[in-house]
Ligand binder design. Structure first.
Ligand code: MG
Length: 382
């Protein structure tokens, strides 16, 4: 029986994770669960899964959660301390980090320090502090298992192969809703349009990131740290069908691809059971219905976020953390109709250009850079 801490239970990944566990009740027990502020859903989930501890980040919602769960013997916590208590609870083996954004970083680090394996859906942790996290994981002998579908695919392709035999990682991208739209029309893109993703059903932040291709840029950095492959050996290809989740080319020219349905429950289940596999009822790929698998080069001019992410990754140090922070604030401002879609990359570029980078940064330097970038972008907003 694997005992789970689920951080971000009420988001898209959190709900899918509980759906996986619902079918595999004999294998997993959810010990802690957290939400940012969605106490209604968290209380329902807690009624079903009966965790030991529930935490809500927003301190204004803690009384509401207490009321909703008053009949149950469940410990209730709040604030960042509550989140960290959930992430390091002594009765857990595996922390599923499904938090969105930079808020996921410290829980990842504390979980590793506490000796927990981490199933990581929070790619921002690795974008901000990849070197720090991977070194810490090695020191503490814990596993970082990717939940991101592309990285789950790469992990599966690499399994049983030697890392030194890897020539190239090819990350697939759906291209998002605007891949075929003309650059001149980008000015008029609305948040509603950006939230309509062609193949994946996800939360708002990552859906906008997919539309700008920043999501793929963050995934390049994530792959670099997870698999120890140089940035120059990681490529992106636009594969609209989202059936191949990524590919690994080896030094002899052989390429392995991982193929599966576009359903996040599959990579989540693999992260929970890896390296074993369990049966699943999820939709199967029917090649006859797909007919065609296509691959195209991404346009770095039309989608500057991808270029900016590669540049930040090459620069290294604190720059990827700044890229990530600037992106989070810019995406939020776009979702609030305060800036245009096109303004997202230009704000990020301005911020990363202004940033004075620290190399081989300490955690403190990373957090300082993150705060600086947020403040800088806020000041540029209308
Ligand atoms: Mg992904």
């Amino acid at each position: 029986m694997k005992r789970i801490a689920l951080l971000g239970a009420t988001g898209s990944i959190g709900k899918n994770c509980l759906d996986v566990i619902r079918r595999l009740r004999s294998q997993f027990r959810v010990v802690t669960m957290t939400t940012n502020n969605n106490t209604e859903i968290l209380a329902e989930q807690a009624e079903e899964f009966r965790p030991t501890l529930c935490a809500v980040m927003d301190p204004h919602k803690v009384d509401d959660l207490q009321d909703r769960l008053s009949e149950r013997k469940i410990q209730i916590r709040t604030g960042p301390e509550g989140l960290l208590e959930a992430a390091t609870h002594p009765d857990t083996d595996l922390v599923v980090n499904a938090l969105v954004g930079a808020v996921g970083l410290i829980p990842t680090i504390r979980a590793i320090e506490a000796g927990k394996d981490v199933a990581l859906a929070n790619k921002e942790s690795l974008v901000m502090a990849g070197e720090f996290i991977m070194n810490l994981a090695q020191e503490k002998k814990v596993q970082i298992i990717p939940v991101d579908s592309e990285h789950s695919g790469i992990m599966q392709c690499l399994h049983g192969n030697r890392r030194e035999d890897v020539a190239r990682i090819i990350l697939t991208a759906s291209g998002g809703p605007f891949f075929n739209r003309r650059a001149e029309e980008f000015q008029s893109i609305t948040p509603q349009q950006a939230l309509e993703h062609p193949t994946w059903n996800m939360g708002p932040k990552i859906t906008v990131d997919s539309a700008t291709l920043m999501n793929k840029g963050l995934e390049v950095i994530e792959a670099h740290w997870l698999f120890g492959v140089p940035i120059s050996h990681i490529e992106v290809t636009i594969h609209k069908q989202s059936i191949i989740h990524s590919l690994v080319e080896f030094t002899d020219g052989s390429i392995l691809a991982q193929i599966g349905p576009t359903d996040m429950r599959l990579p989540i289940q693999i992260a929970l059971t890896f390296p074993e596999r369990m049966e699943s009822p999820y939709p199967r790929v029917r090649f006859e219905q797909t007919r065609m698998l296509t691959f195209e080069k991404p346009d770095h001019e039309k989608f500057p976020c991808l270029r900016l992410a590669y540049k930040a990754a090459q620069d290294g140090g604190t720059t990827p953390a700044v890229l990530n922070a600037a992106n989070e604030i810019a995406v939020q401002a776009f979702l609030e109709n305060r800036i245009s879609f096109e303004k997202i990359p230009s704000l990020i570029e301005e911020t990363t250009t202004r940033h004075v980078r620290a190399d081989r940064p300490s955690l403190n330097e990373i957090l300082t850079a993150d705060r600086w970038a947020r403040g800088y972008v806020m000041k540029q907003l209308p």
